[in-house]
Every structure is written in structure tokens, then in C-alpha cells.
Write a new protein. Structure first.
Length: 554
């Protein structure tokens, strides 16, 4: 019997990853990764202004490379047995496109214009615009159109569009529409790039653009048009009803089949945002929370509409129909920075090392690069090993990129407390790890208090696979057992599951999850000896947070 293979592609923050999955055994038989070359060089980004943009050419090059590498690792004639392909991406990561659906940055006149590129999820240049949109949608009419998502974020679709047209009239004139990254890739692969006809993901539409059947679609056009006439135009061109990630978009475009090394019979599936795909790849079920832990963290659950609590959840999470598994409302909450805190500290420590090594005359250029790379590679592991033994009472707030949930406030900043002359690097690193764990507990406690039942926690993402210190701390702080997902490629595996359903190999996502998702790669049990101490430190974390947030009102 011929194998039935599918390809899942995960477009992450810094690279794209592809997996080739045997749908009968559930095995990943090939994987490949490709970095975004322009992003890796820091092009088009300005962290001081919270500007993070990605060039569409990065996505095109990485897509081709990672799929071909995955197929090569799968070996033999694997490409002939691929039945479907689907993707996930970061989000909200929208881009202005022309009438033909071409991202403006792929046109010569906009090639180096950051406003014409994809606005990465963590771009926070639209804080003021988000506040205006939130006011109009929550208080500007009889209906609260933020009732399912909470305070509108600068990370989301409409805020980024409004900000761009206010600062760049050339982009405003040229951009016929805007599309999410997770919509553009399926459009390319299926050959349906017309913005009026292209696939729109239920996940991005619901969580980021506020599309809901409860509203009859998007919030009313006039609310957006009153903010800026251009938003009314984009509203009018958002014509396709959003569809779930397991939707079949038909056969792959022949040109893309050739570029990726796939057979022309491959079916293109829909898409979702990366964390939601990871939830599927990790084996999400009702009453199960999947924590996707990477540069940020996203906590996911699926809930039957009839089982949602009666009270509003808008301050602690976002809800959208069919955003994770069709037929359920997907619940999304999380922290705007998680691993980014650790990386910030690493870069802080690397600056003097890189500066000094660069000026050492007795080392060759190659030796300098090797030394810097080796220190960078080992630094976090060394900090974690020493931090696990630290007894310092240094505390931190995890709001280095603002606070996402509960109670969104993008103006908040991170902080360190209780430093003294004995506070060394491991103690500060431990404080940052505790801060991310305490932020997770604040979310968990809020969900539990609302009446949502959480019987099981599964962790996915790179940190869950690579950092026992972080994961044990998280289990101790939450006082819950945490199961680690069976693969480090949970997002790509989720996309592969979408492809398997789109291609007709399985009837539904849960049917596909049974053979494809593993039982887990390990577990972390909470240490009872740590409970009292961490409960006390958590209360201090909350008190410090309240004090710091109160300073904004002074």
C-alpha cells in the first residue's frame, strides 16, 4: 500500500519549518528549516520604536527551501506520495497588497519601504491607533464589538492598517487591500490571489479582525470609516466568509508544485496562526490547556459555545469561532513576552563580550566569530544551571513588551526589584524565569476563577523542549503537572493535520489527531516543597505589579 503523506509548514518569527508526515503512523519522516535572510540581518526593524517588519521575499525563499529540505530528508520518491499541504503563520501579520494581491514590497517602487511589508505580530507602532479603535468599537455603538476579544491591540489587523495610512500616503494610494500572512500563503499555493476571492482564515479573522457570526460578520463599516475613509474601503473588500484551517482550496498551482518539488495533485489546505496550529499538533481537547511557549506565550483552549461562562471573558482572553478546531470556540490568551525576556538578558550580557572580543588584536577574524558564537550558544544554558541553584529574592515583572492578558495594557514596562550588591547574573535570570511563570499563573488563575475547567496542561514550543529549568519552575508555580508535546514541531504538525483533513485522508481534525499526535515526550510534576515559597513570591509579584501600574496614573 502506498503511503499517504502530507506537508505542514510553520512560518515562525525567525524562520520557516516544514515537516513531512506519514498520516498512517503519525511519524515525521522529514523536516527542514530555513531562516529569513533579511530578518536575520535585522533589516526593516527598529526595536526602539517597536517596529518589526518582514519582507515577503523572505517568506518565499524560506518556503521553497524548507519544503525541499523536508522532502529530501523524507527520501525516495516521497514527493509523489504527498496528498496535501497546509501552513500556519505568525499573527496578526498583515501586509498591503495591490489589486492583483501582490504585496507592495515585491514591487520595485516599494522594495525597501517597511510600511509596504508584512507587519509582524509584535510590531507595536500602532498603540495610539489601537486605543482609538478600541474606544469606537467598545463605546461608539450600542453593541460592544470587543466583547469576544477584549481591548483592541496594536498587534492586530485594523490598528496596523490605520497607523500605516496615517504615516505613508504612498502606501495608502497603492494598497488596494490588506491580507494576513496566513491568508497570503494559501492564496499563492492555490493560485487564488485576487483579494476579493482569496481564502480568509477563521483564526485570523476572528481573533484579529473581529469577524463573528454574532455580528453578522465584521463590525459595521461606518465605525471603521468614521476613523478613516480608507478603513471603510478595506472593510468593503473583505468579502470572503472566513473558513476553518482544514478547508480544501483545491489542487496546488502548477508553478508552485514545481518550485516546491511536489506532484501537481497535492491539495492545498487552509491555515491558522502558529500557536493555534501548535494547539492542534499538541493534541488539544476540551478542558485541556495547551501552552505554546516561545518568544511570547499563547495559552489555548477549545470550548463548546453552550459551555462558555455567562460572564464576559474579554479582560482575560479572546474567543473566536472555528479558530482552532471547527465546531468549537477557540480561546486564546497569553503573554506578550516570554522567551524574549531571556533573549533580552542574553543580548545584554553579550554586548560587552562582543565589543571586547571584536577589538582583540591577537585573535583572527574567524576566531573572534567562533568565540562569540560559542559564548552565545552556551550562555542561556549556563545561566539556567546556575539560576536553578540561586536563592536570591530578586523579583521581576514580565511586561517587557506590555501586558497582553489579563487586562491588556501595552504601555506597561518590565522591571527588576530587590536588587542588591550581591545580585548576580544567575539571580537576575532566575527572577526573569519566575516572572514569566508568575505571569502564566495570573492568566491561569483568572481563567479558573471565571469557571473554565482545566484538567490537563500540555506545553509546546521550543522552550518546553529545551529548558527543564523553566518548565520545572512553571509546574511548581502553577502547582500543576505539565505534559510536554511529543514533538518540537507542534505548529508544523498541526498544519500537517489540516492538510490531512483537507486532502480527505481524515474526516475531521480530532480524527486526524488520534494517530498523528503522540502521547507526549515527558512530564513535569510540581514539587510540593516549593509551593509555600512560590505562593508568597507570587503575592509579592502581584503587589509589585499593582504598584508599578499605579505609577502610570501619577
Amino acid at each position: 500500500m502506498s503511503p499517504e503523506l502530507v506537508v505542514g509548514v510553520d512560518f515562525g518569527t525567525g524562520s520557516a519549518r516544514a515537516v513531512v508526515v506519514d498520516t498512517r503512523s503519525g511519524s515525521i519522516i522529514g523536516s527542514g528549516e530555513a531562516e529569513y535572510p533579511r530578518w536575520t540581518q535585522g533589516e526593516y526593524c527598529d526595536p526602539n520604536r517597536a517596529q518589526f517588519r518582514q519582507h515577503p521575499q523572505d517568506y518565499l525563499e524560506a518556503l521553497e527551501l524548507c519544503v525541499r529540505r523536508a522532502l529530501e530528508e523524507a527520501g525516495g520518491n516521497a514527493s509523489e506520495h504527498v496528498k496535501g499541504i497546509a501552513v500556519d503563520t505568525t499573527g496578526s501579520t498583515p501586509c498591503p497588497v495591490n489589486r492583483e494581491g501582490i504585496p507592495l514590497a515585491l514591487l520595485d517602487e516599494f522594495r525597501n519601504n517597511p510600511n509596504a511589508m508584512f507587519h509582524l505580530w509584535k510590531d507595536h507602532t500602532a498603540v495610539a491607533e489601537a486605543a482609538e479603535i478600541d474606544h469606537v468599537l467598545s463605546q461608539g455603538s450600542e453593541v460592544d464589538y470587543t466583547k469576544f476579544q477584549g481591548t483592541y491591540s496594536s498587534e492586530w489587523f485594523w490598528a496596523k492598517i490605520l497607523r500605516t495610512v496615517r504615516v505613508d500616503s504612498d502606501v495608502e494610494q497603492a494598497a488596494w487591500s490588506w491580507v494576513e500572512h496566513c491568508d497570503w500563503i494559501p492564496a499563492l499555493l492555490s493560485g487564488r490571489t485576487d483579494p476579493m476571492d482569496m481564502y480568509r482564515s477563521s483564526c485570523a479573522a476572528g481573533h484579529k479582525a473581529l469577524w463573528s457570526t454574532e455580528f453578522g460578520g465584521l463590525p459595521p463599516k461606518e465605525l471603521f470609516a468614521n476613523l478613516h475613509p480608507y478603513l471603510g474601503q478595506i472593510w468593503s473588500r473583505y468579502t470572503q466568509r472566513p473558513q476553518p484551517a482544514d478547508t480544501s482550496l483545491g489542487a496546488i498551482d502548477p508553478a508552485w508544485a514545481q518550485r516546491l518539488g511536489l506532484n501537481p495533485r497535492v491539495v492545498v489546505g487552509g491555515s491558522s496562526l502558529d500557536a493555534h496550529a501548535a494547539g492542534v499538533g499538541a493534541g488539544i481537547r476540551p478542558k485541556t490547556m495547551v501552552k505554546v511557549i516561545g518568544t511570547s506565550s499563547v495559552d489555548l483552549m477549545i470550548v463548546d459555545r453552550a459551555q462558555l461562562p455567562a460572564q464576559s471573558l474579554k479582560t482575560i482572553c479572546g474567543l473566536a469561532e472555528d479558530s482552532i478546531i471547527p465546531g468549537f470556540w477557540g480561546l486564546e490568551t497569553g503573554q506578550a513576552a516570554f522567551g524574549d525576556l531571556y533573549n533580552w538578558f542574553k543580548e545584554l550580557l553579550m554586548w560587552p563580550i562582543e565589543t571586547i572580543v571584536r577589538n582583540l588584536s591577537f585573535l583572527s577574524s574567524d576566531d573572534k566569530l567562533r568565540l562569540q558564537a560559542e559564548v552565545s550558544r552556551r550562555l542561556i544554558d549556563e545561566l539556567a544551571a546556575a539560576g536553578a541553584q540561586a536563592s536570591s529574592e530578586v523579583l521581576a515583572l514580565d511586561w517587557f513588551n506590555g501586558r497582553r492578558y489579563p487586562e491588556v495594557n501595552e504601555e506597561l514596562k518590565g522591571a527588576l526589584f530587590a536588587l542588591d550588591l550581591g545580585s548576580d547574573a544567575p539571580a537576575i535570570f532566575r527572577a526573569l524565569v519566575l516572572a514569566t511563570a508568575f505571569g502564566s499563573r495570573r492568566i491561569f488563575d483568572s481563567l479558573a476563577k471565571s469557571g473554565l475547567e482545566i484538567d490537563h496542561i500540555i506545553a509546546a514550543g521550543g522552550i518546553s523542549q529545551r529548558s527543564p529549568f523553566v518548565m520545572q519552575t512553571l509546574a511548581d508555580v502553577l502547582n500543576r503537572k505539565i505534559t510536554v508535546a511529543s514533538t518540537e514541531h507542534a505548529s508544523a504538525l498541526g498544519a500537517a493535520i489540516y492538510a490531512a483533513v483537507a486532502a480527505g485522508i481524515y474526516e475531521t481534525i480530532p480524527h486526524a489527531q488520534d494517530p498523528i499526535c503522540g502521547a507526549g515526550s515527558g512530564e513535569y510534576e510540581p514539587n510540593p516543597a516549593q509551593r509555600e515559597r512560590y505562593d508568597l513570591l507570587y503575592q509579592k509579584y502581584l503587589a509589585i505589579g499593582n504598584f508599578t501600574e499605579g505609577l502610570l496614573d501619577v
